[in-house]
Design a protein around this ligand. Structure first.
Ligand SMILES: Cc1cc2nc3c(=O)[nH]c(=O)nc-3n(C[C@H](O)[C@H](O)[C@H](O)COP(=O)(O)OP(=O)(O)OC[C@H]3O[C@@H](n4cnc5c(N)ncnc54)[C@H](O)[C@@H]3O)c2cc1C
Length: 449
């Protein structure tokens, strides 16, 4: 710990996996840190992205975040959204922070790429992020947003892990309901661990006996292309073939265990609207030739009571941060540097979120086949405590902490007067939301779902 670090003050935007990791690392090196979190609890995708059946993993990650944010050198400011309650440019340029770290994740669903689709949100079209949030909170009845009915025959557009979660939510919930009608009590978590067919067999039933129309995931490419695991950069043909076979096997196991359907080589092309409601999609059959996606002339319809779009999460725009397409316009993708903001760094999903180019590709290779199998619930040992699916964000934050610390050597620390002013501003914000200390606040807001 250096004396100069003691004078530095860093703001972190977002208090979840990546934010808590970098905040604690900086605090341990003598830096004063303030963590701004838009929600009352800081758990981000752990509470609202991982489906609630990942009980052990979620508990473990909650405890890790709590432990990190409880450091005395960290001031936590909940219920405060940067970009709405405090301007980003104002925070970074006027408040006197030595550095500002964006750890705000990727919370906006990538829009369904059919013109006019978003007019049907709530009228037949649902996006994955609010859908999973609603599912996670439904059991406790503390919905932070709209609730969604889980209906048979959903049309899901996607292909990644999150779309499989959406499909599983449907078949698990609908099975619980059908069993309840037959006087059999079952729980989603138990069904997820053991698999639907096994539990049903114990009652002398099959999935077909329940008469549930399963959801179908429509995916643009082949099953072998599903982004469930990645080949390392520069992999040879044999390695790529192995990865492709692994993806196929993983999906087969998942569809068997959770009874949903997948229709590959299907690209959404147009909306089917009846009486002002989205009732399905027109799709076009695609083909893969030499790794390239092409269109055929075959067209078909997929109809269902709801269309769920699960094609990736992107950062929510923040006023003052330039965008390049749907992503922040980083000039350095390793540690998320932004043009015009020399004191800003970025960590976690906001840079490494799936689909987010260079850094994402690097991080993706760390996610092993075993971890993804465990995540999907189709691994041999079913070890739900494997946290590799969330660790890349923390690892990224840990590495970025070194860059932030190095940059502090050249950064100007706030003067004693500025630091006192900063502390007063932060205390005022905390008072405004009724925050006293981390432990009492977390008791006050209650446990996560
Ligand atoms: C199904 C699934 C599979 C996944 N697979 C992977 C994977 O393979 N690799 C991987 O790296 N990750 C994966 N993830 C994501 C994983 O959850 C993350 O890696 C990790 O939890 C993200 O942590 P984070 O801190 O970057 O972002 P988040 O958990 O999203 O945290 C961001 C925090 O910032 C807060 N926030 C946002 N905007 C503001 C604002 N303007 N002001 C204040 N606060 C704000 C949010 O409320 C939130 O608490 C997966 C997630 C899911 C759901």
């Amino acid at each position: 710990m250096t004396t100069s670090n003691r004078n530095h003050f860093v703001a972190v935007i977002g208090g979840a996996t990546a934010g808590a990791e970098i905040a604690s690392r900086l605090a341990d090196r003598g830096v004063s840190v303030v963590v701004f979190e838009q929600n009352k609890r800081p758990y981000g995708k752990i509470e609202d992205g991982l489906p609630r059946w990942h009980e052990a993993l979620r508990e473990k990650e909650y405890a890790t975040i709590d432990e990190k944010l409880s450091r005395p050198a960290i001031a936590f400011v909940p219920n405060t959204r940067i970009g709405r309650d405090i301007g980003f440019a104002e925070l970074t340029k006027d408040w006197g922070f030595s550095a500002v770290v964006l750890a705000n994740g990727a919370w906006r669903d990538r829009p369904l790429p059919i013109e006019g689709a978003d007019a049907y949100v709530g009228k037949g079209l649902v996006y994955q992020n609010p859908f999973v949030i609603a599912f996670n909170h439904a059991e406790r009845g503390d919905l932070p947003g709209p609730g969604y009915e889980i209906l048979p025959g959903a049309v899901i557009v996607g292909g990644g892990l999150a779309s499989i979660d959406v499909a599983k939510i449907h078949t698990l919930e609908l099975t619980v309901r059908e069993l309840a009608k037959r006087g059999i009590a079952a729980h989603v978590n138990e069904l997820e661990i053991k698999g639907i067919p096994k539990i049903l067999a114990g009652h002398g039933l099959t999935f077909a006996d329940l008469g549930i129309v399963p959801p179908t995931i429509y995916y643009r490419r082949r099953v072998e292309d599903m982004p469930l695991m990645s080949a390392p950069e520069g992999a040879d043909a044999a390695r790529i073939a192995k990865v492709e076979a692994g993806r196929k096997r993983m999906l087969e196991k998942s569809t068997e265990k959770y009874c949903f359907k997948v229709e590959p080589l299907s690209a959404p092309e147009a909306l089917i609207v009846e009486n002002g409601r989205l009732v399905g999609l027109r799709l076009r059959r695609t083909k893969m030739e030499n790794g390239k996606l092409g269109m055929t002339d075959e067209r078909f319809e997929a109809r269902g009571p709801v269309v769920i779009s699960s094609i990736g999460s992107i950062p929510e725009p923040i006023e003052g941060i330039a965008m390049k397409g749907e992503l922040f316009d980083f000039k350095d993708w390793e540690i998320g540097r932004l043009e015009g903001y020399p004191t800003v760094f970025s960590v976690g999903n906001v840079v490494t979120g799936k689909g987010n180019i260079v850094a994402s590709r690097k991080h993706a290779t760390q996610v092993s086949e075993e971890a993804v199998e465990a995540y999907l619930g189709v691994g041999e040992g079913d070890d739900r405590t494997i946290a590799t699916d969330v660790r890349p964000a923390a690892e990224h934050a840990a590495k970025a902490a070194e860059s932030v610390l190095a940059s502090l050597g050249n950064a100007s620390a706030p003067s004693a007067e500025q630091a006192a002013e900063l502390r007063e501003r932060i205390a005022k914000l905390q008072r405004a939301v009724g925050y006293d200390d981390y432990k009492s606040w977390m008791e006050h807001v209650g446990p996560p779902c």
